[in-house]
Design a binder for this molecule. Structure first.
Ligand code: FES
Length: 203
């Protein structure tokens, strides 16, 4: 049974939800250097992240976003945009849902997955920037293999989720949202779940 305290949000989460930072209000006037879209508008959690890059420094100078996700997704992406601005592309690429949760003063455990959409969309935006600027050797997403076509979830993300503690299909879904649209990826993801458990945790 879910405890009432599981639903309590930190003051920082509430502040970012009520006053989200760096929201993309007018897509038609923002000229991004990179754009990432994750999720599916049909299931109500599409996330768009756009960035502008200081090309000399290799840092993110603007990071804006738009989502139709829940309160946790809004607060997570708001704080993510603040974390990303001023960082090098490389450092921003490696921001994780743990960094987001820490910056928010914690997120309820079952809401951690809501922060996943924002950081994935940011990585997609950075990859898009690399692609537009002929830096294809830096694109990391293409080196991974997409397992869930609906949500663009790769084998590398399943591996990452297992390393972070997912041991069952439900735990994998809580961390990545895999299989929550059409479900056709379930068999492949179950296979990979077992494979990575075997690889890292069987003695
Ligand atoms: S392929 Fe549809 S939910 Fe994964």
């Amino acid at each position: 049974m879910t405890n009432i305290s599981d639903w309590m949000y930190s003051d920082i989460v509430k502040d970012h939800f009520m006053h989200p930072r760096n929201v993309l209000t007018d897509e038609s006037t923002f000229q991004p250097d990179g754009k990432g879209i994750i999720g599916n508008i049909k299931c109500g959690d599409e996330m768009i992240v756009v960035i502008k890059v200081d090309k000399e420094k290799g840092t993110i100078k603007e990071c804006k976003w738009k989502t139709y996700g829940c309160a946790s997704a809004i607060a997570s992406t708001s704080v993510l945009s603040e974390l990303a601005i001023g960082k090098t592309l490389e450092a921003a690429y490696h921001l994780t849902s743990k960094d987001i949760a820490a910056a928010l003063g914690g997120l309820p455990e079952h809401k951690i997955h809501c922060s996943v959409l924002g950081d994935k969309a940011l990585r997609a935006a950075i990859d898009d920037y690399y692609s537009r600027n002929g830096m294809t050797d830096k694109i990391q997403q293409e080196q991974a293999h997409i397992i869930c076509q609906c949500l663009g979830i790769t084998d590398a993300e399943i591996e990452h989720a297992v390393l972070e503690g997912a041991r069952t299909y439900l735990e994998l879904q809580e961390r990545t949202k895999i299989g929550t649209v059409c479900g056709k990826c379930k068999e492949k993801s179950l296979h990979l779940l077992e494979l990575y458990k075997e690889k890292y945790f069987k003695t």
